[in-house]
Design a protein around this ligand. Structure first.
Ligand code: ADP
Ligand code: MG
Length: 249
């Protein structure tokens, strides 16, 4: 069971504290949405789950995040291995400037998967990201020639290719048109059968459509976390209610 158990997580950028005492048990094989106004720490928190924060100078974390019985902040943790298990997809699709095929084969290759297995992994990943039918006859073309929505699905395929347990999405549809957004939303709902998914979104309708659980972040604190329906219809917290009913944002 790949739950994400967050205990007493605090984070500082230099002397500025950006996360305060975050406590969450993010459930296995479900979609958890992170909502809240800009600058409240959603991306910061997401990056903590695969230690992307390590790449930011002067960023310091206290507390723990336990995934599959391992505290990922323990000194013994292999961060490359962690990021293989906890994939990340960003707002702006970031394909490598190489062919569609090579984009997806890249990760498995650097993790030592034999060359003979790569074509199967590429096909499986593209099928799972609902892109195969659109690209099967042009796998050798440059990925930069794809549309924005296709590039985003390619990035999802690239993440799937290394067989993660968890996929983190940071506003994956913010740069996309409504049709591409709908494709990505459907894909996320499909992927939750096999993966634990956390999605940052500033689109509240999107959170309602795709997520099982929602966490409301405000000023670096996680103010409320619960079933999406409860958070949007009947939250316990006044700030949550004000935010989900559009009184600030
Ligand atoms: P959100 O994703 O909710 O919009 P962020 O996690 O990006 O919020 O930012 C939370 C706070 O941390 C903000 O005050 C932001 O300015 C600060 N912050 C984010 N990234 C960095 C960074 N790399 N260095 C310093 N401060 C940062
Ligand atoms: Mg953000």
């Amino acid at each position: 069971m790949t739950n994400i158990d967050v205990k007493n997580l605090n984070l500082w950028y230099g002397s500025n504290q950006a996360l305060y005492d975050i406590e969450m048990l993010i459930p296995h094989k479900s979609v958890t949405a992170l909502i809240g106004p800009s600058g409240c720490g959603k991306s910061t928190f997401l990056r903590c789950i695969n230690r992307m924060n390590d790449t930011i100078p002067n960023c310091r974390v206290e507390g723990s995040i336990t995934i599959n019985d391992t505290d990922i902040y323990d000194k013994s943790v292999n961060v490359a291995q962690l990021r293989k298990k906890v994939g990340m997809v960003f707002q702006k699709a970031n394909p490598f400037p190489m062919s569609i095929y090579d984009n997806i084969a890249y990760g498995p290759k650097i993790h030592g998967v034999p060359k003979s297995q790569l074509p199967g992994i590429v096909e499986d990943s593209l099928r799972a990201s609902a892109l195969w039918d659109e690209v099967e006859d042009r796998l050798k073309t440059n990925a930069m020639s794809l549309s924005g929505g296709q590039q985003q699905r390619l990035c999802i395929a690239r993440t799937l290719a290394v067989k993660p347990d968890i996929i983190l999405f940071d506003e994956p549809c913010s740069a996309l048109d409504p049709i591409s957004t709908n494709q990505i939303e459907k894909l996320i709902m499909e992927l939750k059968k096999d993966y634990t998914i956390v999605v940052v979104t500033h689109n509240m309708q999107q959170a309602v459509r795709i997520s099982d659980m929602t966490a409301f972040f405000y000023l670096g604190k996680m103010l409320e976390f619960g079933p999406t329906e409860k958070i949007f219809k009947n939250p316990d917290n006044k700030e949550t209610l004000d935010y989900v009913s559009g009184r600030f944002g």
